[in-house]
Design a protein around this ligand. Sequence first.
Ligand SMILES: [Fe+2]
Ligand SMILES: [Fe+2]
Length: 269
Amino acid sequence: MKLLFIGDIVGQPGRRAVAELLPKLRQQHTLDFVIANGENSAGGSGITPKTAGEIFSAGVDAITSGDHLWDQKEVMELLQNEKRFLRPLNYPPGTPGQGSAIFRCSVEPVARKTGEMPPVAVLNVQGRTFMPPLENPFLLALDEVKRLREQTKIIFVDFHAEATSEKIAFARMLDGQVSAVVGTHTHVQTADEQIFPGGTAYLSDAGFTGPHESVLGREIEPVLKRFLTNMPQRFEVAKNRVLLNGAVIDIDDATGKAVKIQRISESFA
Ligand SMILES: [Fe+2]
Ligand SMILES: [Fe+2]
């Protein structure tokens, strides 16, 4: 099966790029399933039922998140009611929402030559290096993957983390046990896509989907001013050179191992 992962969708420009480009990408890559990180989809900070609804309507099957989870209070509704929305697994016990889910079909079914789509598990985990402290992502992911593997071998992991060392170590730990580990959070796409010896596809960071004439999706001037003066600034979402960044992963249905990983960076406006 073929799966597309879309890196952090930033604001309205990011949401528009997904809506406009995804139908074409679905066809071009004969995608079976689409996952997107939506933590910056509401004005660059957080996610709401409205922005999540737009992303799902564009043809995304599952939305992951990260440290910007709590930026919009309406996220509570998503955490409580939306089964296709994931938050990092390693929040303390009792936190609303879920860190993983198993999907049995795609919102936009495609004619598959290989028959019915196998169940796809999606897992969202957050790193701890240069990030707010959460429960140990390594220990929790090991247990969760063991549990998910009882239901499917096709497991995609969005590891939302800052440090490449933490990302690589985490993915190496899961090599052979999950189909892919793709990093998010830095908003900078890395060029280290590879398949580890055990069959796990890996990319340190998918990059972000939104305006790249920017600092990580925000207007350049206020960010620069903050670095120059240390005074708080309003960071508006930038506008120009919108890219959809992510990766397409080809997975063997029978073994759950990755066959190919290809980075994508599609220009929209
Ligand atoms: Fe983040
Ligand atoms: Fe982000």
